[in-house]
Write a protein that binds this ligand. Sequence first.
Ligand SMILES: [Zn+2]
Length: 178
Amino acid sequence: MAKDRLICKQCANTDMNKMNFTEGGKYLYCNVCHSKTPLYDAFVVYKEDVTDRVEGIITMAQHMMDSGDYEHAIKKFKNALELAQDSHAAWWGIFVCERAFAAYYGFEDQYGNSGPIVKANILIDLIQQYANPAIEYAGPDIAALYQEAIADDLQFIANVANGTTQPPKKKRFLDRFF
Ligand SMILES: [Zn+2]
């Protein structure tokens, strides 16, 4: 089982009930001291069977992600997956980067169409391809945080499916991502 831990670098809080991912899953937000930690500092241990090399690649990719270099970050995360296909941090990193790309382009599809239905379809795709493996491979505590981080997206998808295309009323919905 995964031995992953998350830590707040400001106050050393490791209670995963007192933290969540913020800004589209790019940072760890600490509910004790109300500070945020980039993921490259937040993950203190990965899995016992993951080599230092994989961990190094993921840390490098998280640095790239943090600086907004999503394209190179995705390549690095994919390198990590070639070595350790069950690295939830790599799957999550790809999800965060791909979602940031999609948001940057206004959730347009390849034909330039946009709108709630297109956005919902793009989100379904990204969640299925990248967020779900992250949730599947993470230990239960971190999986819960991933679930929470995509909750607004899942709500949006459900609203579109129900014909109520309003985003969730929480103002947080937009703040979280941009
Ligand atoms: Zn803290």
